[in-house]
Each structure stands twice: as C-alpha cells, then as structure tokens.
Design a protein around this ligand. Structure first.
Ligand SMILES: [Mn+2]
Length: 343
C-alpha cells in the first residue's frame, strides 16, 4: 500500500505529436481522461488554465469561472481533487518573447492577466496552488533581455498574484533551458531565492521535476532535498531523462533506477505528503505507442514508484549507520545495489 497520493495532468495522455511530426494517436476527451485517472489509482489532477477552460482568451472572468465549475463537477463525479492550475503562457501569440519577462509591457500585462484568471480557476476547482513553469522566461538571444530586470519583473508579477488572493500558494517549477536557451531561474535554489525576495515567502515555494534537475546537470534527489530543507517543496514531477538533451519526460525510473530510488527515499524519509502534497508523475508516452496503450506509461510509472516505495521501506537504516560509522561507503553502495537488484 502506497503512502503517497499521486497526481497527473491531462497533457500526460497526448496524441504523440512532436517537433518533427504530427499526431499519431487519437485525442482523448478530458472527461474520459479524468475517469481513467481515477481507475488507475490517481487522487488528483493537475491543470493548465486552458486544460480546464479552453479558449480562455475569448472569455470574460465570469465565463471563465463558470467553465471551471463544470470541470469541478467532473472531478467530483469521479472522486478526484484538483492539485493546481498553471497558466500556459508559452503557447500564446502574446508570449512568444516570454510572459513576465517579455520586453513588451503589454505582453507582461497579458501574462499577469492569465495568471490572475488561473487563480480564479484554481478557486473554482477547490485548490489553493498555482504553478508557474517559466518556459520562455529567459533568452534565446542573450543580449535581448536583462537578467536583472527579468527577475525583478518576475518578483513584481508574483507579488501581484499574492495580493490578488490571500490564500493562494505559488509553486515555481524551475528548468534550466528549453524552450529558451538560457533560463533566468534554473534550479530549486533559484526558486528559493526568488521566494525570499517576494512580499510573502511563506506562500512561495517550489515544484521539482526530475528531468529538469537532470537537464541542469544536478541530482533530482538532492534538489528535492534542498526544497524539503527549506520547507518549501510543495509538489514534484517525477519522471526520467537520459542525460543533458531535450526534455524527455520518460517513465519514472527507466533510465536511472538508483537515482529514482533516492528520490522516493528522500521523500519518504521526510514525510512528504503529510501536509497534503501529491506525488505528480509528469511522463509522456513514446511516439510509437499505440492508441490502446495511451495510459501505459502512467501505469508503469505508478508501478515503478510503488515498487521503489517498497524498496525504501526495506532500506536498513541501522545497517546504513554501521557502514557510515566504519566509513565503508563501498559496502553501503553494494548494499543499495543488492537491495535494488534482488527480488
Ligand atoms: Mn519535463
């Protein structure tokens, strides 16, 4: 029995289109996805603003809230919670140069408008978390923006969100690159610095994605540990990634099992989830996956996470302490490998 509650986003079941080719699977409706997420054993759903409210730009605030309430009813019918809402700022014609850090003031205003509407949607869905993935907050042409102004604009935008809703919590999801070449806020350490510079650091924390940490050349478990040490790790996107290249969102644990084990272990050791935090699985199906297997990568990620939970439960802390006392790290390492490799 898993001690974690798991969450997932509608984008984790997709048609397989990538930068080099069109869709290869049929689209599945949000209603069907939500029903299936419940069957698979998820407890909550994560949303982009326009996952919950398509055509959001065309609607008034009242219409947006009314549309979001329909999605809330869908969640209630299936016994699922909403975990968070994230403004999808990277897909819009207004944000081709970024959102909060765009050089054009009108585009920065648009980014804030979408963020405040995302808070409205979160309230309608009954959740108090807003996630900001800074997709285009950085540069492709390094001289095109000031990194100093970019971070100051970002702090101003977060402060406006904190003012707008006294209960909203902001979770920043760092990523060092892609689609930008250079991000202004690439790691959980950056996020904690940003949090400290806002008007209410107690409501600004982080979401760590395994693949994003690996893209930064860092260990995801230690990034998780940094957020936990600050008391500000409020969500995770567990997945896997083969080295420093494009963001792959592979099934959790399939590239580096020991690294995956250590992510689960550090979450368990620190009672992650005891304040209602979810373990999000942000994974994508392979392009070769057939329609009938549209959810297989999610099933596999859940299975692997739960199997690693069992391994973490078996981890012998007294034995670890003995190895540490004798400074026998060769022995400790082999113990971990045997724990992972033996049934
Ligand atoms: Mn990713």
């Amino acid at each position: 029995m898993s001690g974690f509650k798991f969450s997932v986003g509608p984008w984790n079941v997709h048609d397989g289109a990538d930068s080099y080719g069109p869709a290869v699977r049929a689209n599945i409706s949000l209603a069907d996805k939500i029903k299936k997420f419940k069957e698979l054993g998820f407890s909550a759903v994560q949303f982009h603003d326009d996952d919950a409210v398509p055509n959001i730009n065309e609607l008034t605030q009242e219409q947006i809230i009314a549309e979001a309430k329909k999605v809330k009813a869908l969640l209630d019918e299936n016994g699922l919670e909403a975990e968070f809402v994230a403004p999808r700022l990277w897909m819009d014609p207004h944000t081709i140069d970024g959102g909060y850090t765009a050089n054009c003031p009108k585009d920065r205003e648009f980014a804030l408008w979408r963020s405040l509407r995302s808070i409205d949607i979160a309230n309608a869905l009954g959740c108090d978390k807003l996630v900001l993935w800074f997709a285009r907050e950085g540069t492709v042409c390094a001289e095109s923006k000031s990194a100093v102004d970019g971070i100051r604009y970002t702090i101003d935008a977060i402060n406006a969100m904190l003012d707008y809703d006294k209960n909203i919590k902001i979770l920043v999801e760092p990523k060092p690159n892609e689609p930008v070449d250079r991000s202004f806020c690439g790691t959980i350490g950056h996020v904690m610095g940003l949090s400290a510079a806002t008007k209410d650091p107690s409501r600004v924390g982080g979401l760590l994605e395994s693949a994003h940490a690996i893209l930064a050349g860092l260990d995801p478990a230690n990034e998780i540990g940094f957020g936990l040490a600050m008391g500000k790790l409020w969500s995770v996107h567990l997945n896997d990634q083969n080295g420093i290249k494009f963001d792959q969102d592979k099934t959790f644990g399939v590239e580096n099992l020991r690294q995956a084990f250590n992510q689960i272990r550090i979450l368990k050791e620190n009672n992650y989830g005891s304040n209602g935090e979810y373990v999000g699985l942000d994974v994508k199906a392979m392009r070769t996956t057939k329609d009938a297997d549209s959810y297989k990568h999610l099933e596999n990620s859940l299975k692997i996470a739960k199997m690693l939970e069992e391994k973490a439960e078996k981890f012998d802390y007294a034995l670890r302490d003995e190895f540490v006392k004798n400074r026998d790290y060769e022995g400790l390492e082999m113990y971990v490998m045997e724990l992972l490799m033996r049934g």
